[in-house]
Design a protein around this ligand. Structure first.
Ligand code: G3P
Ligand code: CA
Length: 240
């Protein structure tokens, strides 16, 4: 079972910051996950929410501010004063940490609430510029975006994100088409996902922070987990 550090090493560092990704890049894990939004001036930035309110000392929607405006705020001190001064990263800054490494990078396209026209194309251009096409996985809860990724580049790994399982998931996956399924912890143990795995689907599960949950998923045989606690999960797997 592979480990992705969810939003970087987000249990110990402020999520989706360069500090969190650099920390993850020191661990013997399979990859990292990050979230991407588009700014008012069409720059790709790494942040989870649509607004900066929860994870910075500012407020407002990412889509309504330019990169320069977003950079004025502090994205570390909400987590701990130790990290004050952390800036919102661009996608390119995060890719620069992982290019020329073996880490996979799961880029989640956060276009499920606001429509970021052209986001898939911009992300693929950035990935190509770092020569990381085989390293990345592009996922989204917005399955239209997942389908656009397949049309723009049928070779790159795309993944459909699900908050809940659905029936006939294998047929649905083919219809998008998506190469893999990223599913929530509760839905991972339900019949549609278990059947999809039996039919060969690659299933990765979010967000798995407790050993007891990791144990269940390990026994089921899921491909990977997304965790805020990569060192805890490494310790668990080292005992297997
Ligand atoms: O990509 C897996 C997981 O990150 C999806 O949920 O809300 O943490 O972005 P969320
Ligand atoms: Ca995410």
């Amino acid at each position: 079972m592979k480990i992705f550090a969810h939003r970087g090493y987000s249990a110990k560092y402020p999520e989706n910051t360069l500090a969190a990704f650099r920390a993850a890049a020191h661990l013997p894990i399979y990859g990292v996950e990050l979230d991407v939004h588009l700014t008012k001036d069409q720059q790709m930035v790494v942040i989870h929410d649509e607004t900066i309110d929860r994870t910075s000392n500012g407020s407002g929607f990412v889509k309504d501010m330019t990169l320069e405006e977003l950079r004025k705020f502090d994205y570390g001190s909400w987590f701990s004063e130790e990290f004050s001064g952390e800036k919102i990263p661009t996608l390119s800054e995060v890719l620069a940490i992982f290019c020329n490494t073996n880490y996979r990078v799961n880029i989640e396209l956060k276009s499920d609430i606001f429509v970021y026209v052209g986001l898939e194309k911009l992300v693929l251009q950035a990935v190509k510029s770092f020569d990381m096409m085989e390293q990345v996985i592009l996922s989204s809860f917005d399955h239209e975006a997942v389908a656009r990724v397949a049309r723009l580049n049928p070779m790159v790994e795309n993944a459909a994100l699900f908050a809940n399982g659905i029936l006939n998931i294998t047929d649905y996956q083919k219809s998008i088409p998506a190469k893999s399924l990223h599913v929530s912890l509760p839905s991972a143990v339900r019949k549609p996902i278990l059947e999809a795995m039996q039919e060969g689907a690659i299933v990765r599960v979010y967000t798995v922070n407790e050993i007891e949950h990791a144990e269940v998923l390990f026994n089921i045989g899921v491909d990977a987990i997304f965790t805020d606690e990569p060192e805890r999960m490494l310790a668990f797997l080292s005992g297997k």
